[in-house]
Design a protein around this ligand. Structure first.
Ligand code: F6P
Length: 254
């Protein structure tokens, strides 16, 4: 029954929190690998978590991916009075338009009745183009907003799944595999110790910046992401994790 299910999830949360040694964990029912609506449930939990933690005039940086797209869809307008500014966490990471940070950021702001700024930069930039672009006043301004964000919301992916989804070049793919990457988040690839083994070059928030942000919320579920979640969380002890039962049970089983 309902009460039993809720207490079961609370128990899972406690176990995951101590297993991963992280600040806070929310586990929703189901497995998003099997049922797509579970992403929306994680989205609902994420929105509630955001509302608890956001102060007026906060800047929220959001990453891309299908999970974050579900978070955006679950956003509600109660934040309207708070004058929140949404920005994309980083530039293009090779996602389809609907799963890009820019798109999700605009959608989330629209649903929250907040404001947003976008980062208009191509995915692949030569070093020279990159250097001159970050000096462009319009881009510089958005980059500064991103760097001063009070909250970051991001997904976590399985490293190989993400590298393939991004159509990563052969050489780069070889490096990712050779260095045993298991997790990916906002363009960084991590091995099972939580060490960075590769990074996609794009503008926006860097891992060092994320570590200084007050509220970091990672949203990732599905049994297939258990290894990735475990690895990523090794270097993100001050983050809040929003996950599902599928991932949580797999984490405990491992
Ligand atoms: O590419 C953006 C991104 O946020 C990645 O950093 C992350 O690994 C991935 O999306 C998660 O995507 P999904 O929620 O679709 O699994």
């Amino acid at each position: 029954d309902m009460m039993k299910e809720v207490s079961g999830l609370k128990d899972l949360e406690k176990q995951i929190k101590s297993l991963l040694d992280i600040k806070d964990v929310i586990v929703v029912a189901g497995d998003s690998d099997l049922s797509p609506w579970v992403k929306k449930e994680m989205g609902r939990a994420c929105v509630a978590c955001m509302k608890e933690r956001l102060a007026s005039q906060s800047i929220v940086a959001v990453a891309g991916g299908t999970t974050l797209a579900a978070v955006a869809e679950m956003m509600t307008p109660e934040l309207k009075q708070m004058d929140i500014l949404f920005v994309p966490a980083r530039g293009g990471l090779g996602e389809d338009v609907k799963n890009q940070a820019n798109t999700i950021c605009a959608r989330m702001a629209e649903k929250a009745m907040g404001n947003y700024r976008l980062l208009h930069v191509p995915d692949q930039l030569s070093d020279e183009a990159y250097q001159s672009m970050i000096e462009e006043p319009a881009i510089k301004e958005v980059l500064e907003l991103i760097r001063s964000s009070n909250m970051v919301i991001h997904g976590i992916g399985d490293a190989i799944t993400m590298a393939e989804r991004r159509k990563t070049a052969r050489e780069e793919m070889a490096k990712i595999k050779h260095r045993h990457a298991v997790a990916e988040a906002f363009g960084y690839y991590f091995n099972q110790e939580g060490e960075v083994v590769h990074k996609v070059k794009t503008m926006g928030i860097q891992l060092e910046d994320v570590k200084k942000v007050k509220h970091v919320i990672a949203v990732a579920g599905g049994a297939s992401k258990a290894k990735a979640i475990k690895a990523y969380m090794k270097q993100a002890h001050h983050s809040v994790l929003i996950t599902d039962e599928g991932a949580a049970r797999e984490l405990i089983r491992e």
